[in-house]
Write a new protein. Sequence first.
Length: 145
Amino acid sequence: LTLLKLVMKARKPILGICRGIQLLNVALGGDIYQDIPSQISRDICHNQGAAGTERTHSVAVEPGSYMHSIAKCDTMLVNSFHHQALNTIGDGLKVSARAMDGVVEAVENADGSVFAVQWHPELLYAENPEHRAIFEAFVKRCAAK
């Protein structure tokens, strides 16, 4: 948490993945559901048994969001390995993607310099351009700093 706050104070780009979205949210005053199946829904399995390279559910990408501008799509198929999820969204963050059961899957700040996803695009980028775009956009932001 201390390192994250220092990076944010230095206005460096941030990309959070999986637990990273949860850490970011908590650092900014938000909180998380401790157990999706018992607290939210059982409509989608957010802890897939399939290999990490398999995409097992879709997320709706918020039009006009940074996520939408880089992925260039309204929905994405993602992998899923979590039993916790964002509840109250932290200060300065807005939701940019949700699973079809309402679970928050991506957040970002106003200019997209802080961006985080609940899934694992590092396991999907080789075969899926919308997931590769996440890393390309992050590297571009880092190079500009």
